[in-house]
Design a protein around this ligand. Structure first.
Ligand SMILES: Cc1ncc(COP(=O)(O)O)c(C=O)c1O
Length: 335
């Protein structure tokens, strides 16, 4: 992995080498951090870097922080501003991944969420695919169960709960699978290790509901809209039995990292034809056109980073575009 040159750290853009924490940091010991994962897509046609749905990602980031009782001095606008400054400092002309993190930074012992001070960092680095073959993922049903809302809330992107995902991912790969499908304690499908899961059966798309211990994915929300509006499929949110996956016509993962990836085998059983199907093929094409800003109707989800400030302020961009500097705390930029 190529390390970034800069980080947003303690309220400023600093050289990455200066974004350091001590070994006693609370979040390192107890997992008391929350994070987000966004993608920046380079458009060679427009010579522009588009960040996909930053406002939605930062809204969930702030919600996750609230679950850990963090009082952050930032709004979504501040964070979009900080991210814009960071990416302008990095000057990426390629696809990248963006990792905001809020963590309890006190160098102290004592497991709790109170009387601690949170800090926020953001880094971005060049990034390609998350799985080797997005058109043919072999998934294994994990023996690990998904964290429950009454243990660690799955709807929060909480650092400590990713031990659950890491256990499932490493065991899946050790067993020869590409990725895991994790079930809830009640035996119904929850999600992948860092992705939501959909099935397609008889022209209906099915995905677990938001009370099934899933992270409420931004890609999940995007895909639901595209399946309904563009591909004219009904989408049903309900609990899914394990054996329904084996009998599905198509199945796929979706998430910022994995994007939209066809699950073509589960536990060595072919899903449908055992090859990527028509719905996932069409959805992938649409998704990749949209994230690179090529579909005018969904341009509102794509925040351009290098365009001028006046461009951001255009009324038709106002809903989703970043607001670098607008209402943001002053930033020191060390280049
Ligand atoms: C556990 C988990 N589920 C689902 C997702 C997909 O979420 P999103 O589409 O917002 O990236 C992620 C990725 O962040 C994740 O970590």
């Amino acid at each position: 992995m190529i390390l970034p040159r800069h980080a947003f750290f303690r309220g400023a853009i600093v050289p990455y080498s200066e974004a350091r924490i001590g070994v006693l940091t609370h979040a390192l010991h107890y997992g008391t951090g929350v994070f987000a994962g966004l993608r920046g897509y380079w458009s060679p046609d427009e010579q522009e870097l588009f960040v996909f749905r930053p406002r939605d990602h930062f809204r969930r980031f702030l919600d996750s922080a609230r679950l850990l009782r963090m009082e952050l001095p930032y709004t979504e606008e501040h964070l979009i501003g900080a991210l814009t400054e960071l990416l302008r400092a990095e000057l990426y002309r390629e696809d990248c991944y963006i990792r905001p993190l809020a963590f309890y930074a006190d160098e102290t012992i004592g497991v709790r969420l109170h009387d601690l001070k949170p800090e926020v960092s953001i880094v971005a680095f060049p990034y390609g695919s998350y799985v080797a073959n997005e058109e043919g993922v072999h998934a294994g049903i994990s023996a690990w169960r998904r964290v429950d809302d009454n243990a660690i809330p799955a709807r929060g992107k909480i650092a400590g709960s990713y031990v659950n995902s890491a256990l499932a991912k490493s065991d899946a790969q050790a067993a020869g699978f590409d990725e895991a499908i994790i079930l809830n304690e009640d035996g119904h499908v929850a999600e992948g290790t860092a992705a939501n899961v959909f099935l397609v059966k008889n022209g209906v798309a099915i995905t677990p509901g938001v009370t099934d211990n899933v992270l409420e994915g931004i890609t999940r929300r995007t895909v639901v809209e595209l399946l309904q509006r563009e591909l004219r499929l009904s989408v049903v949110e309900r609990s899914i039995d394990r054996s329904e996956i084996y009998l599905a016509d198509e199945a796929f993962y979706c998430g910022t990292g994995i994007q939209v990836a066809a699950i073509t085998r589960v536990d060595h059983r072919p899903i449908g034809s055992g090859r990527i199907g028509p719905t996932v093929t069409a959805l992938r094409k649409l998704y990749f056109d949209i994230v690179r800003g090529r579909v005018p109707e969904y341009r509102r989800w794509c925040a351009p980073i290098y365009a001028g400030e006046k461009d951001f302020a255009r009324p038709d961009r106002a809903e989703e575009a970043p607001a670098a500097g607008r209402g943001a705390p002053p930033l020191r930029v060390a280049r």
